[in-house]
Design a protein around this ligand. Structure first.
Ligand code: AMP
Length: 282
């Protein structure tokens, strides 16, 4: 695996290879890699001539400075995992390489419509603008044929789809399934910050979402959301949201006609660690 730190160098290198017919599959990450990330690497390998991973903890997408400061960094281990997974290139830039203009300068304003005010957008103001800013910049540098994202970050996938539409960037978006621990907990870099007790309770998020899916009947949705929130609160979580939304627009729903594709989504703190998860209900 070749490691690049310079945006100009990796860009030039990849452009040359693409001119010679190679397709590029790209997996952007913030590091502290786990099997969820590696599943995206293997999907990229299966679909592309060259697989590129980036590791960059993006300061502009953290609305909480403490979360940024505590974000796990395990670079040596990440490099080993990527080597073993057969990743071809790793882009490992410093902040100044991604933001030569500095991070205090406001970036472009992306018109994300309602997506920006719903769920994650509501609870993490500015988060999706920061996500778009970094992904836009990474796509300019890497210029991939295909971009691989995880469904674990359901709303983020929708935001990036929108980014591709509004910028006209000709990259194909591929969304991979959420990888889970054997007890159902969605794999996440933040899971390493959980205490032993927090780790034991954490799968409860997935359990309440599965319960919504198992019990869902046409009619009012509020009772399902309330029951799930109550169960999480009883288990010691601080719930930010449990929502049942239109799976395509993410608009929260109050009634179900038995046909509309739905997704259940949750965000909750346990042990001061913010966890998110989602489950399509059809
Ligand atoms: P992150 O490093 O958390 O920014 O994630 C990088 C990419 O990996 C994003 O596209 C995530 O959606 C994806 N990802 C994170 N966790 C998982 C998981 N458990 N299963 C599948 N993909 C994931």
């Amino acid at each position: 695996m070749i490691i690049f730190k310079s945006a100009a160098t990796i860009s030039q290198w990849l452009r040359h290879r693409q001119e010679n017919g190679d397709s590029v599959g790209f997996v952007p990450t913030m590091g502290a890699l786990h099997a969820g990330h590696l599943s995206l690497i293997s999907q990229a390998r299966a679909a592309s001539g060259l697989t590129v991973c980036s590791i960059f903890v993006n300061p502009t997408q953290f609305n909480d400075p403490a979360d940024y400061a505590q974000y796990p960094v395990t670079i040596e281990q990440d490099i080993n995992l990527l080597e073993k997974a057969g990743c071809d290139l790793l882009f490992l830039p410093e902040v100044a390489e991604i933001y030569p203009e500095g991070i205090t300068e406001p970036g472009p304003l992306y018109d994300l419509g309602r997506l920006e005010t719903l769920l994650e957008g509501h609870f993490r103001p500015g988060h999706f603008q920061g996500v778009c800013r970094v992904v836009d910049r990474l796509l300019q540098i890497i210029h991939p044929n295909q971009l691989f994202l995880g469904q674990k970050d359901y709303q983020q996938c929708m935001v990036i789809r929108r980014l591709l539409e509004i910028t006209g960037i000709q990259t194909r978006l591929v969304i991979g399934p959420t990888l889970r621990e054997s007890d159902g907990l969605a794999m996440s870099s933040r899971n390493v910050r959980l205490t032993k007790e927090g780790r034991q309770k954490a799968p409860e998020i997935n359990r309440v979402l599965r319960e919504i899916r198992a019990q869902l009947q046409p009619g009012a949705l509020k009772p399902y959301k309330e029951a799930a929130a109550t169960q999480l609160t009883k288990a010691g979580f601080r719930v930010e949201y449990i929502e049942v939304a239109n799976a395509v627009t993410l608009e929260p729903q109050e009634q179900w006609d038995g046909k509309l594709p739905l997704v259940a989504l949750a965000a909750a703190f346990i042990d001061g660690v913010r966890l998110i998860d989602n489950l399509p209900l059809h």
